[in-house]
Write a protein that binds this ligand. Sequence first.
Ligand code: SF4
Length: 234
Amino acid sequence: MPVDTKESMVRVEQEIAKCDRCPDLVLCRKNPVIGRGADRAKVMIIGYVPDIKSAEETGSPFRNSPEGELLLQLLERAGCSVEENAYLTYIVKCVPKTCEHKDRSAEKTNRLRLLGENNICLLTDRECTGRIATPTLLERENCLHHLSREISVTTPHVLMPLGLEATTTILEMYLSISPSHKTMSDYHMRVYSSPSFKIVPLYPPELIIQNEDTYSLKEYEKDFHKIGKFLEMS
Ligand code: SF4
């Protein structure tokens, strides 16, 4: 009997919501960021780690942020929407932070949510000033399990990792391609094929917003137009 997709997705979401595999990340997270979008997706957009201000705040990817808005607008031009055929997620679902409030005492680390109302750290009663950091390899490995589940439920035709870290992680995971290029310009818009889906890496939208000298919005818009055509054929 085919497993109901919606039910499977709810199960994946519940697993992520209560996941505590990475003690350091659980310690300071406000919300794990659960993917959002169509239960059956044509395209899956995969960032590396959630944005600390918007995604972590809402627990939902690419929301309430200029880069999220840009991404959704361009996806729409490519004939995609989270309501119909696109799914947005991250490789690591909790924001890795360098946080001065980490307290490793056994009793305190048993608490799963350490930030109370108004961003107050429950360990120290001070506002958390943690800044975004790079996840460890183990944290990344821990969370790839959730990504695999999201992919197996939504069955996208195309994976689109955003940025160098997300791209090299996905290529290594699904095509055993070791990172051979040092810059995103070597990967952007190249098409890789796996037996189950295509992989098309992209510059992340924040780079286009923050540094149009590196890659122009006009070119980025054209890329999404090409992606729309490509998705029609996939
Ligand atoms: S980063 Fe992923 S694996 Fe680690 S605690 Fe968060 S949801 Fe779990």
